[in-house]
Design a binder for this molecule. Structure first.
Ligand SMILES: Cc1cc2nc3c(=O)[nH]c(=O)nc-3n(C[C@H](O)[C@H](O)[C@H](O)COP(=O)(O)OP(=O)(O)OC[C@H]3O[C@@H](n4cnc5c(N)ncnc54)[C@H](O)[C@@H]3O)c2cc1C
Ligand code: SF4
Length: 585
């Protein structure tokens, strides 16, 4: 793989900050246009196959896959009781991670909370500082948005419409599908458009029962739409097709890269063009501005290991540090010309912050499957997705927008029920008899975008590199709590419709941030007074500045965001390349 060195004397066509889904996609698209691109990534390049070790057995791991002594991952109660920063109170743990860092496989991928503090309201902020960011361990549910989302205001009067329609982004969703691979089944749903799917996975017995049980209610259950290549990708030598090895469900990604991750899916192919320079361990701390033109001139970054400072120059700067880090960077980039931070004449940077609410779930049992012979069900990169059904044709009296469920069932290597009381031969026999019959699902719902939910810079607390920390001012509102109550009721009602025995139903809402789907801190819009970016994720204020991650989302919808982040980014980078070619940036 060609790996050019950073050239400080050069003016790159584009400098990209961040190498996750958004930064990787920007690198792919811009280098394909023949542009000279520099990619700055704050984290290190990990030997990711060594980290993930997808086929390692628990008994081959010193801690059965858990964290070694001296390390701790925050749990739900700790996030609820304590206020950030989460370091104080955990002095005994040298390494402190977010809840996702609870396995030996993810611990080096997520950040150490001590080095990367944040303050304000309770928030479970999951960050992955390494090449590829969170895509190394993402859950792979890859869904499209529709005009039910882009034009949601037209339907219920709340918030703002997006400055694009489904027809604007549909060709880019197609490009993402074909370039990265996605598995699923066509359903022809107007509110959840189909992708160009590769070979689908199969539903198992309990899942088919649920699908059939809810059909009479007009509700739809479909195979998990996973950003995984099941047929393989002839154009990508870094990724294998999925061999259904059943390792997907463990936090820690796919070490043969059948599941999409940004390095093998986007960055390494971009490096093969010879047009990409990658610099890891490079923490961007400010976007520089030319005081004469008011345009972005480059990026000031610190080497995370040597603490040495550098400045690089670019004709365009592309911020892709993930929704919250991108807002932080814009706010940090204050100057005489831009005293409130860069691209912030509207005062909306950091605001309208939205995501998905999680928590309510149901667990049950298809009793007709008890005692049946085991089936091989964990060799799949995902189980099922139960699509949104609220506020489509009818109007719910208590809340607007919608939610969907992710769930699964079947016989697996580590069957459900092993945590129930018992021991010995009779216990094992009981687990075997019941294993294929367990089924569970949990909801993800839209959190409304509100100006009052925002992040800003903490005036006192700084991270390990002396950069001001982010401060949260963020809470779920009444709409979300009414929605969560409904999630619990409908979950139970659907399991009953399928004839399942209910084992447990919960309406407990998880801490803000749990979904890891942060969005909206630099929203797009036509009006520069109420939005930060235009429809091409280009700053209204600074023509050669683009923010191509989830920051530009106008609303969260209830669908997982990553496929949309990448489709939008592709569209914006095509536009950027075109503008550069016309010398119009
Ligand atoms: C466990 C888990 C499960 C998930 N499941 C799903 C799912 O099923 N479906 C879905 O759609 N999404 C899912 N997500 C979310 C998904 O991973 C994100 O939407 C996606 O990665 C966002 O891409 P991004 O490029 O904006 O951010 P990231 O992937 O976080 O990448 C941002 C990069 O920027 C770097 N960076 C940050 N600050 C700086 C700086 N100052 N200077 C230089 N670099 C910087 C970071 O180190 C990082 O590498 C999941 C995430 C996790 C962790
Ligand atoms: S099931 Fe497929 S995508 Fe999942 S870890 Fe195994 S090979 Fe990778």
């Amino acid at each position: 793989m060609a790996e050019p060195e950073l050239d400080l004397s050069k003016k790159y066509d584009a400098v990209i900050i961040g190498s996750g889904a958004a930064g990787g996609m920007a690198a792919h698209v811009l280098t394909s246009h023949g542009l000279q691109v520099l990619l700055l990534e704050a984290g290190k390049k990990l030997d990711i196959e060594q980290e993930l070790r997808s086929m390692e057995w628990p008994y081959d791991n010193a801690h059965r896959g858990g964290l070694p002594p001296g390390s701790h991952a925050l749990n739900h109660n700790e996030y609820t009781i304590r206020r950030p920063p989460y370091g104080p109170g955990f002095e005994k743990s040298k390494n402190l991670y977010s809840y996702i860092g609870s396995s030996d496989y993810a611990k080096n991928i997520v950040v150490n909370e001590r080095d990367n503090p944040y303050t304000g309201t309770n928030y479970a902020w999951v960050r992955a500082r390494c090449l590829g960011g969170k895509t190394n361990i993402w859950g792979r549910l890859a869904l499209r948005l529709s005009d039910y989302d882009f034009k949601a205001k037209d339907r219920d009067g709340y918030g703002e419409n997006w400055p694009i329609s489904y027809s604007d982004i549909a060709p880019y969703y197609d490009k993402v599908d074909l370039y990265l691979g996605i598995t699923g089944v066509k359903e022809n749903l107007p509110y959840l458009p189909d992708s160009l799917f590769q070979r689908p996975t199969k539903l198992n017995c309990a899942e088919v029962s649920l699908k059939q049980g809810i059909q009479k209610m007009g509700r739809v259950l479909t195979q998990y739409r996973a950003g995984v290549t099941t047929d393989g990708l002839k154009h990508n030598k870094y990724r294998s097709r999925c061999y259904g090895r059943g390792a997907c469900s463990r936090k820690g990604g796919c070490d043969i890269h059948a599941a999409f991750d940004s390095p093998t899916g986007l960055i390494y192919p971009a490096m093969d063009t010879g047009n990409l320079t990658l610099r890891t361990n490079s923490v961007a701390r400010e976007i520089n501005v030319d005081p004469q033109t008011g345009k972005a001139s480059g990026v000031h970054f610190t080497d995370s290991e040597t603490m040495k400072d550098y400045t690089v120059r670019g004709k365009a700067v592309i911020v892709a540090a993930s929704t919250l880090e991108s807002a932080r960077l814009l706010l940090l980039s204050k100057s005489r010309l831009y005293p409130n931070g860069l691209a912030n004449s509207s005062g909306h940077v950091g605001h309208n912050f939205c995501e998905h609410i999680m928590g309510p779930y149901v667990a049950g049992q298809a009793t007709d499957l008890v005692g049946k012979p085991p089936t091989l069900d964990d060799g799949r990169p995902g189980s099922f997705y139960l699509t949104r059904f609220r506020n489509l044709a009818e109007k719910h009296p208590k809340f607007i927008r919608g939610y969907g469920f992710e769930g699964g069932s079947g016989s697996g290597m580590f069957p459900p029920g092993t945590d129930s009381p018992g021991f010995g031969a009779s216990f094992k026999e009981e687990i075997r008899r019941n294993q294929g019959s367990h089924i569970a699902m949990g909801a993800f719902g839209e959190v409304l975008s509100r100006y009052e939910n925002f992040v800003d810079l903490d005036p006192l607390v700084k991270d390990k590199w002396g950069i001001p920390a982010l401060r949260f001012h963020y809470k779920f509102g009444d709409n979300e709590h009414h929605m969560a109550a409904d999630m619990k009721e409908t979950a139970q009602e659907m399991f009953e419709a399928a004839g399942f025995k209910i084992i447990f139903v919960s309406d407990r809402v998880l801490t803000e941030g749990w979904s890891i789907h942060e969005l909206g801190t630099a929203r797009m819009g036509a009006d520069p007074k109420t939005s930060v970016l235009n429809q091409f994720q280009q700053s209204h204020d600074v023509k050669n500045l683009f923010v191509v991650d989830g920051s530009g989302f106008v609303s969260a919808s209830c669908q997982n965001p990553t496929w949309t982040i990448m489709a939008l980014c592709w569209r914006s980078c095509d536009y950027l390349a075109d503008q550069l070619a016309k010398n119009d940036l």
